[in-house]
Design a protein around this ligand. Structure first.
Ligand code: NDP
Ligand code: PYC
Length: 343
């Protein structure tokens, strides 16, 4: 562990292992099983390492208050159901979605490789994280993966007057020859709810067109959005259609809740949406023809030839490389808070 010199903004750097171990201790200390703690800590530490700050250690208080409110079961054991040659269902048993994915992952890969495509439908689950960690590892194994998860009502469908949809992200990962995979992970709202919270905390204004206040008037004030206001979909009717698709795939198809269907009012402190998640994994080796990974590389080469400088995922991979060299930087006061939570 290294410590930078000086000032109020002192920063300490942890290795991925050190941060994962610390986060695992926190989760276990606050009521999760060891197995669940391991999966959540790994997810959260990797998000912090990659500079996914809205879903890194920033989320720890939300996880802990949800656990303390008995809204989510940190000890849940997911139940995997092998229902068809290309279809797996998992009942997450009111636990987190990532342990449900972990429980079904080997079977999902086996099915995708034998049938060419396989679906994993997770229900009765809580997803409070970035979505890219759920898909990127498949691309590292040569598979194409798509995932969607719905969250909690805070987005006004295009043309409507009141919030209904969640922030509903879509993540996609595809292998690329001799390079990091192609990965994108985007909320279908104009901005993720986590980033609105961060902007409110820092006193930053949002860009125009992201949200409305409690009267439905456009606002750039993140506090007005959080205080009874709502978000808008990205790209007007187009993002709204994608958000609707996420509700259908992540909730209707899995048997999970729509973003508007759960009531956490009797669990003060609850923050983790109780919904569903869908993953689709494809083996591109089944398509015949040229190697998919070579074709991915060719597409990127052509995009770069017309001037593209940044692919989705590039920023994260750069942050990851920096963290590998210098450790994952954490403000000293934040790290002190995390260490206190682990005691
Ligand atoms: P961003 O808008 O920051 O980024 C979306 C995607 O676009 C990323 O893949 C990003 O790559 C890429 N990107 C951003 N800027 C550029 C650019 N200039 N050129 C090329 N690519 C670019 O993310 P969101 O705010 O939409 O989402 C943030 C996170 O919130 C996500 O991880 C999402 O999963 C999570 N989330 C989780 C929810 C849940 O219910 N669990 C709900 C909603 C959001 P890069 O990462 O490299 O910057
Ligand atoms: O940032 O919108 C978000 C979010 C919702 C649930 C987890 N993250």
């Amino acid at each position: 562990m290294s410590q930078s010199a000086s000032s109020a903004q002192a920063v300490e750097s942890l290795s991925l292992d050190q941060l994962t171990t610390l986060l695992q201790q926190i989760f276990e200390r606050h009521g999760t099983s060891t197995a669940v703690a391991r999966v959540l800590a790994d997810n959260c530490a990797r998000a912090q390492r990659d500079g996914s700050y809205s879903h890194g250690v920033f989320r720890i208080p939300g996880y802990l208050s949800s656990l303390a409110s008995n809204w989510v079961d940190g000890q849940a054991t997911p139940k995997v159901e092998d229902v068809a040659s290309g279809f797996i269902r998992v009942d997450a048993a009111n636990g987190f979605a990532q342990p449900a994915l972990a429980a079904a992952r080997a079977l999902l890969v086996e099915k995708a490789r034998s049938a060419g495509i396989a679906v994993l439908a997770i229900r009765n689950s809580h997803h409070f994280a970035a979505l890219w960690p759920d898909v990127e590892p498949f691309a590292e194994e040569g598979l194409v993966a798509l995932s969607v998860v719905n969250s909690m009502t805070c987005v006004v469908p295009h043309g409507a007057q009141k919030p209904l949809f969640g922030t509903n992200p879509i993540a996609f990962a595809a292998p690329r020859a001799d390079a990091d995979p192609i990965v994108f992970d985007l909320a279908t709202s104009a901005i993720a709810h986590g980033d609105v919270q961060i902007a409110a905390r820092k006193g930053h204004e949002l860009l125009a067109g992201m949200g409305v206040d409690r009267r439905g008037e456009p606002t750039q004030d993140p506090k007005a959005i959080l205080d009874g206001g709502a978000l808008l979909p990205f790209g007007g009717h187009k993002g709204s259609a994608l958000s609707m698709m996420v509700e259908l795939l992540a909730a209707a198809l899995t048997g999970g809740n729509f973003s508007f269907e759960f009531d956490w009012s009797k669990h003060p402190g609850a923050q983790t949406p109780w919904t569903g998640q869908l993953l689709i994994v494809i083996d591109p080796g089944k398509s015949g023809g040229n190697s998919f990974a070579q074709r991915s590389s060719e597409l990127v080469r052509q995009m770069q030839a017309v001037g593209l400088e940044r692919l989705p995922g590039d920023r994260r991979f750069k942050e990851r490389a920096k963290s590998l060299l210098a450790g994952i930087p954490l403000a000293a006061d934040e790290l002190a808070r995390l260490r206190a939570l682990a005691q």
